[in-house]
Design a protein around this ligand. Structure first.
Ligand SMILES: Nc1ncnc2c1ncn2[C@@H]1O[C@H](COP(=O)(O)OP(=O)(O)OP(=O)(O)O)[C@@H](O)[C@H]1O
Ligand SMILES: [Mg+2]
Length: 245
């Protein structure tokens, strides 16, 4: 699905991403992990076109998306949850999710649906997605009345609602309580069952080991290990990066 080759991004002297390569296979959940500042979010910024790389290539299926703008990347089928994303506090959940349709390239929808039918179909889709994240009761609530974890679930719903073939989630459960964390892991596994491909960044090892098929470990801009969760758990380089000598 996604193939990254020799990706490089330096900020002055900071080698945020330094000659990193990895692949994400279709219909799997892949976790990108590593200590703070390892370069994980920078990889996401490069893939989603927010940053321009110094070197290397990014392929989405057969398409070279290396120098695409964020809009073009989104139109190519990548939907992303940001590490620090926000909802509009004074809008309802439904209104916030309606924006997901307007945010992306709506040409596809506009062509597909006659305009008077669109709202009903959108409403239906919104309810469907809220049921998936067990938040349907909150459809008419204002975003500001939700807890941090509940907001995160809605942001996840918004990311899923964006038409896509590939999901990139930057720390979907950071700061989220255990009960909502469980819901999120169930949602991710359900999505995988439906054939989705997901790349996620996560610090929580237990969460990662539970949901991921494949784990990529970064440290100081480099990929230092790659494998199944069980293999990664006891990898010496990984333990050293996380816990020191
Ligand atoms: N726009 C930027 N300008 C300058 N330096 C940056 C920029 N973005 C990231 N960096 C630096 O690049 C390095 C990698 O940052 P990045 O955010 O990719 O790490 P991360 O693995 O996502 O960390 P965390 O787990 O804390 O989110 C850090 O040293 C960071 O300070
Ligand atoms: Mg980050």
């Amino acid at each position: 699905m996604l193939q990254i080759n020799n990706l490089k991004k330096h900020f002055g002297g900071v080698k945020a991403v330094n000659d990193s390569s990895f692949v994400v296979r279709e219909k799997t959940i892949t976790a990108l992990i590593g200590p703070n500042g390892a370069g994980k979010s920078t990889v996401f910024n490069l893939v989603s076109g927010v940053l321009k790389q110094d070197n290397g290539t990014i392929m989405l299926r057969d398409q070279d998306i290396t120098n695409f703008s964020p809009e073009k990347v989104s139109n190519s089928g990548i939907s992303r949850l940001f590490q620090h994303s926000t909802l509009f506090n004074n809008l309802t959940i439904e209104e916030n999710l309606l924006l997901a349709f307007d945010n992306e390239d709506t040409k596809f929808f506009k062509n597909l649906l006659s305009s008077n039918k669109t709202p009903k179909i959108k409403k239906h889709k919104i309810l469907e997605i809220l049921e998936l994240v067990a938040m349907e009761k909150f459809v008419s609530k204002l975003a500001r009345d939700l807890s941090y974890g509940q907001k995160r679930l809605i942001e996840l719903a918004r990311t899923i609602l964006n038409p896509h073939t590939f999901l990139m989630l930057d720390e979907p459960v950071a700061g989220v309580n255990p009960a909502l964390r469980k819901i999120i892991s169930e949602v991710l596994l359900k999505l995988k069952k439906q054939g989705e491909t997901i790349l996620l960044i996560e610090h929580d090892m237990n969460f990662t080991l539970n949901v991921a098929d494949q784990v990529i470990v970064m440290d100081e801009g480099k990929v230092i290990a790659c494998g199944k969760p069980k293999e990664i758990k006891n990898n010496k380089k990984v333990l050293k990066a996380y816990f020191g000598e």
